[in-house]
Design a protein around this ligand. Structure first.
Ligand code: PSV
Ligand code: MN
Length: 397
């Protein structure tokens, strides 16, 4: 296989080159489960560490110039301007701004859907501050996820909470600069276990419509009940012009935040194929944010992120190999087997050698993971961070 542009893989490369994958700052920090955290010597502590790690992934893959930040966890004293400077110093930009209206004690019973008007106001104020932060650091994506919901039947009025959500999102949308988009994420359960206020794509769609013209839906691949056909949702939203972005990860049981493609690569391939079909219909690249949302509790963070980006490129390349004209012809004949074979053939194609050549042609390592392992980055990060961790105390002391 060669990167000759006359070959099918070769023809896929220009689109692959335009695939920018946004990394989550929180994917580089120590994370755990509700049963505890297993700490890693090299895991990031500060926003500077997180940006260093993200820059390492970008250096190896050439595809990750933006980093998503979480407002409570990542903003330095100097605010958005300092944040943008820290990113720029590492050849990066700040990507989506993720407000946090789920950790403070006041949000125990919800944020914008709390029964308490003062709490609702405080949550909206934080969202408005997040808009300003985005303005200050040059981000044009406000990415909203709410933990709001109830744990017991009767605990809340679903309809009233829905109206509070619509009002809040409308107010925040009105404060956004014209260049900013609002992404509304949904999740069927957790941390609320009876009802979640934005439980599925339909609710996110309705609330995005209520918010305003620059609000769209964010599909986190881990936020679906078992058996859900995610590519169906993706195709439907894209055709409506309501697909705003992704949080890519993989899952086995619930919101497992596992490495992309580690459980079901064929599913991720089918999602990418839905994107390819939508792009053909649109005649250009979908204006969609390809973001990662993963917590690598046990894997080394940078390694897992490199693995994710490489996997995303391989699966997207395979989806780009699907011959859409042949697929359409098979569909027109109702030849289900031939149609499915179009997908299976593309998915079974080994694109790794061609992508290695493509990377080398771009001045990147042929094998980013091997290059990272050989670089000594992890050991250097551990040496620099461990003393700071010990100084902070906790389990490291
Ligand atoms: C919630 O499960 C979520 O998917 C949201 O996107 C958050 O921003 C992210 O995880 C990190 O907590
Ligand atoms: Mn998410």
């Amino acid at each position: 296989m060669t990167t000759d542009h006359a070959t099918p893989v070769g023809r896929a490369l220009p689109r692959l080159e335009r695939l920018e994958i946004e990394l989550p700052s929180w994917g580089f920090a120590d994370t755990g489960t509700r049963f505890g955290k297993f700490l890693q010597d090299a895991a990031a502590i500060t926003i500077e560490d997180k940006l260093d790690d993200a820059a390492e992934v970008h250096r190896l893959t050439g595809s990750c110039p933006r980093v998503a930040i979480h407002v409570l966890w990542d903003v330095p004293a100097g605010g958005g301007a300092e944040l943008a400077g820290l990113a720029a110093a590492r050849g990066l930009r700040i990507g989506s701004i993720n407000p946090n209206v789920f950790q403070d004690q006041c949000y125990k019973h919800g944020s914008v859907a709390s029964e308490d008007a003062a709490v609702r106001r405080r949550a909206i104020a934080h969202l408005l501050d997040s808009v300003e932060l985005g303005r200050a650091c040059g981000s044009d994506v406000l990415s909203l996820w709410f933990a709001d919901g109830t744990n017991y039947p009767g605990q809340g009025s679903v309809a009233r909470r829905k109206r509070w959500f619509a009002e809040a999102l409308r107010e925040v949308h009105a404060a956004m600069p014209p260049s900013m988009r609002m992404l509304v994420e949904y999740k069927p359960f957790e941390p609320a276990f009876y009802h979640t206020d934005i439980a599925d794509w339909g609710m996110a769609y309705v609330l995005a419509k209520a918010a305003g013209a620059r609000a769209q839906v964010l599909v986190d691949t881990g936020h679906h009940l078992p058996g859900q056909n995610i590519e169906h949702i993706v195709a439907f939203l894209a055709d409506e012009g309501m697909l705003g972005g992704f949080h890519f990860n993989d899952r086995h049981y619930a919101d497992d935040d596992l490495t992309l493609g580690s459980i079901d690569p064929y599913r991720i391939f089918r999602i990418y194929l839905a994107i390819c079909e939508a792009e053909r219909a649109l005649g250009r690249d979908l204006p969609v944010e390809f973001m990662v949302d993963q917590s690598h509790n046990l894997k080394p963070k940078v390694e897992a992120m490199v693995q994710t980006v490489v996997t995303a490129q391989e699966l997207f390349a395979k989806a780009l190999l699907v011959d859409l004209a042949e697929l359409d012809a098979a569909r027109a004949r109702n030849d289900i087997v031939a149609a499915e074979e179009c997908l299976k053939r593309a998915f079974a194609t080994d694109v790794r050698a061609a992508l290695a050549e493509w990377r080398v042609a771009r001045g990147l390592p042929a094998d980013p993971l091997a290059a990272h392992r050989a670089s000594g980055y992890e050991a250097r990060a551990a040496a620099a961070r461990l003393p700071r961790k010990k100084a902070i105390g906790g389990s490291y002391a």
